[in-house]
Ligand binder design. Sequence first.
Ligand code: AZC
Length: 823
Amino acid sequence: MKREIFDKEAFKKEVKDNVRMLYRKDLEEASEQEIFQAVSYAVKEVIIDQWMETQSSMKREDSKVVYYMSMEFLMGRALGNNLINLTAYQAVAEALEEMGLDLNVIEDQEPDPALGNGGLGRLAACFMESLSTLGYPAYGCGIRYRYGMFKQKIKDGFQVEVPDNWLKDGYPFELRRPEYTYEVKFGGYVRAVNTPDGRVKFVQEGYQSVKAVPYDMPIIGYNNHMVNTLMIWDAEPAECFELDSFDKGDYRKAVEQENLARNLVDVLYPNDNHIAGKELRLKQQYFFVSASVQRAIARFKKMHSDIHDLPKKVAFQLNDTHPTVAVAELMRYLLDEEELQWDDAWNITTQVCAYTNHTIMAEALEKWPIEIFSRLLPRIYQIVEEINRRFILQIQEHYPGDNGKIERMAIIYNGQVKMAHLAIAAGHSVNGVARLHTEILKNQELKDFYELFPDKFNNKTNGITQRRFLLHGNQLLAKWVTDHVGEEWITDLSKIEKLTLYVDDEKAQHEFMNIKYQNKLRLAKYIKEHNGIDVDPRSIFDVQVKRLHEYKRQLLNVLHIMYLYNELKEHPDMEFYPRTFIFGAKAAAGYKNAKLTIKLINSVAEVINNDKSIQDKIKVVFIEDYRVSNAEWIFAAADVSEQISTASKEASGTGNMKFMLNGAVTIGTMDGANVEMAEEVGKENMFIFGMSSDEVIAHEKNRDYDPMQIFNNDQDIRKVLMQLINGFYSPQDSELFRDLYNSLLNTQCTQYADTYFILADFRSYAEAQKAITEAYKDEKGWAKMAMLNTAHSGKFSSDRTIEEYVRDIWHLEKLTVEPEKED
Ligand code: AZC
């Protein structure tokens, strides 16, 4: 049952009052940004009540809480989703319309809080939303970066990074909580002090400290009055925490300490699946982890006196290794502040902490040089050393005389602290994010650990929230689905399977594809406005949007477009179904080949889009600044979803699920969660191609793959690759794309040529693409396939994923939040 929470007239008055209060203006004088702020504050009014109700229920029930620790939360805009989850979207849209305002335009004024890079950060955001919707008490713990993910501009085909000053107008949905300020200490040294009762205490001295001040953001559950909290930490100079007595009067230190706070949370590192290894990054990690652990324990201690009960009330989930210092920080607290014995403290820590692995890419595995780690976090380092010492004893006991094991498994080895090893040794759970990924962890990457701790390993296949990616992002389809299967899918996506009843119904097929068409029109308009390119909404919209990374193989996609174009030029009369290839991707600022691939896509677009002779049969579009807000429109409009990573490299993928939910058909490798998608919808309703992960892994082991052979024997491929270096797409500078060419063929340039098996999979990809065209020509067949994809997407709700985390790892109870009685 819907609870009416909006009194329309009161809301309208509130918006007007807010404009006056905030800006001393009447509505007519206010800018769109000002109206967005006024509307958001009016919505916040409602949220605040529910937020307080949730907090008091949590206290009353003394619920166990999960702290989801993550360097990244890629939230996307909040206003629209908050309204959806308050079930007030329509009512507010109408109220605003009566005031002459358009909710869409107002939503568009909100900056996209982009405190994350890609999959890992967006997953954290989906998880928070599902936790609230399912009624589980949770805190997200992260960093309030002053600058989020950069904004991408395309200039002359190249990516240019522009700072994302998302806080410049103030963000209405955050709440500063100075009463929960904590001190975080860096550097100095550790002194052992003898206590009167004959024990040794370790104290950190000569350190610099920073004040951690949290900002809370509400995470609203769908239609259930539950509002969880995302706490993101800001750093402020510690003027009220005095320098250690040792350093009194040390002016230089005082200035350094102030600078530390200023720089600490300035900016998110824009690397996805790649570690830059910068000292500031380690500072960021310890900063937010220490503050979060302190807040979690303080909250626990308000209600409990025995610290041994911590695991009954608190779970820490470590989103990749980035927050792994949490295990040592918790140990420090239990040893130094609570004065527990090691075994006691360790017992508590392992029960509280659990770790999720998101990648097997070697360059993403975090390792910190001892020098940096021990200098920055001297007490934490001591504790890690002791964890390591005991862990090695355990290995020796298990595998006497096997030094290889120690070499491969030690937490500290070869001058480095290996964060994944620490997380596995200290957590009670290690999970991968799709079945195939977890199997690869168990049998390849983390084989030694799996042998030692088989019970810790488990799989949690990722999911996405259908509230944002269907109910909000694709309102036409959402309504249609509700009309056909009822509204239960909104909180139980498995119910969407009832759509299978309609897949052969011509009327339903027609309606489904007509909605797709409307969404394609919406995207075509966006493309016209942003790129100045006319695209035909009747062409196949073939989309690859995700971070730009070599393993995701945007290069394979664009090489195939170059090949198609060659075909069309050679056989102008060939039958060819019009296609619009759409890309969206940010490249890490320092990632050369990724940035060059963006330029290549744009150069190919330039040539092909302007070639009248092919009569618009191919269009290529690069959407600037791909982000959560435009993603919602893109998923809704896609016919074909490109999920073409080298098998074994994409841990799960979540974009793949968003496309599927929106009725796009996948062309993809048997990688990540694609494998489980194929299981759900049937391989016949996807276009699977390429090597299997076993084949890829075998070639990597045997080093027996030779792309040059393909280049020499396949004239079409050869021609395409030659076009990278003969100026065909870069007449001013024929050398421009040389590095891409080299990455495919030249063994001197990379560890081995074509690391991601692009040429090996090329033919099979081209075949699959051809099969798509054939399938698309059969209108009814395609409609059925698209509908089946939506109908079988039920498994991929983050609600399902969260229920599994709760059941296997966190063991939380559901909370019911009752609205306060009105008098
Ligand atoms: C990503 C994986 O690449 C992606 O496959 C997965 O869907 C996503 O996490 C969520 O689990 N990994 C990262 O973003 N990892 C890092 C370290 O950036």
